[in-house]
Design a binder for this molecule. Structure first.
Ligand code: FAQ
Length: 312
């Protein structure tokens, strides 16, 4: 049974009114947002690692500059998102401590290795492509600071997706047979993990029903996954690549592609920390944080000095 305050809150949501940090909100709404926004922030930051692996090996100066810019954008997204989470009364330091202690999740996709340069194309095309499909609706979600952060993030993700596809067009349409094969191998490895980004199927998704009522989610996991498949298949055809799914076919009646079953055992194993790179990713983050301690100390010392000057 909802209290009077909760009923009024739900009416505001239903009327499409944005919730702002100082508005009353149910504790569970706050907790859900902290969970989702912080996981999203962690994903952006950990997401820099697979691509960072290729900065020193990018094939040309132009590709290196593009890749660096993209990775820096991801750091920026992490920062907007931590700030959005902080409007809900939590401290960034605590969120990061949760990540480093293995208590907080980040997207499963970043636990896979980047073995060749074609993987950089796949991340842009499939991973940023999926991120856009998931995040464009979030620009209209009920929590103001999250929705506003998503507007700029989505613009940047569109550039990221295009750079990935551009890289793949170069290799698949203008490259050597070996380069095209390298792209096919990368697609074979990234396709299924990319579909897993949308989360468990709707009947396994514990948070979806409530999050949709609160308009934190506007579409279900399966709806967004279907959208990704429908949008991506023609793009694969244009590149001349084969999606590694024997069950993939156009369904005239549904007006959508049918596709095969995801290996959910793999998905849950990655979430439980047992993907190919989980330990490596977490160790790298923890080490980067520790090695960056002097920067935080320097900022604090500077801020204190400024305070003391003001006090004089
Ligand atoms: N990985 O009940 P649901 C990017 C967890 S894009 C790990 O369906 P919910 C850009 C879920 O948290 C990637 N965990 O949950 C980029 C929950 O666990 P919990 C980040 C997953 O929240 C590109 C449990 O399973 N994007 O970073 C995953 O309603 C290239 C049950 O699931 C976002 O975070 C998964 N794939 O729906 C950066 C978008 N799926 O918390 C660098 C915002 C599910 O109870 C390079 N987030 N789980 O312990 C969302 O839209 C939602 O949170 C979902 C999950 C759709 C991810």
């Amino acid at each position: 049974e909802l209290s009077e305050l909760e009923k009024q809150f739900q009416q505001r949501i239903d009327a499409g009114i944005r919730i702002e940090p100082k508005d009353w909100m149910p504790e569970a709404y706050r907790r859900t947002l902290v969970r989702q926004i912080s996981q999203h922030a962690h994903s952006e930051v950990v997401g820099m690692l697979p691509e960072g692996n290729w900065v020193t090996r990018a094939p040309t100066l132009k590709r290196k500059a593009i890749l660096l810019a993209k990775i820096q954008d991801e750091a920026g997204h992490g920062l907007y998102l931590y700030s959005a989470a902080e409007t809900l009364g939590v401290e960034r330091e605590d969120l990061i401590a949760d990540l480093h202690a293995g208590r907080a999740k980040y997207s499963s996709i970043f636990n896979y290795p980047t073995l060749t340069w074609a993987d950089i194309g796949m991340i842009g095309w499939l991973v940023d492509g999926s991120a856009i499909i998931n995040q464009v609706p979030l620009c209209r979600c009920s929590y103001g600071p999250y929705a506003r952060a998503m507007v700029r993030v989505c613009k940047e993700e569109s550039f990221h997706q295009r750079q990935g596809y551009d890289l793949l067009m170069e290799m698949c349409l203008n490259g050597t047979p070996e380069q095209k094969q390298m792209c096919q191998d990368a697609l074979n490895r990234w396709w299924w993990p990319a579909l897993m980004m949308f989360g468990p199927s709707d009947n396994e998704s514990v948070h979806s029903a409530q999050s949709m009522k609160w308009r934190i989610k506007l579409f279900s996991n399966d709806e967004l996954r279907q959208k990704m498949v429908d949008q991506t298949v023609p793009q694969a055809e244009y590149l001349g690549l084969t999606i590694p799914d024997p069950d993939l076919r156009w369904n005239e009646e549904r007006g959508h592609y049918d596709f095969g079953e995801i290996d959910w055992d793999e998905f849950w194993a990655v979430l439980a920390g047992n993907g190919p790179c989980n330990k490596e990713r977490l160790n790298t983050r923890v080490q980067a944080h520790e090695q960056g301690a002097w920067v935080r100390d320097a900022f604090m010392a500077y801020a204190e000095k400024q305070e003391q000057r003001k006090a004089k």
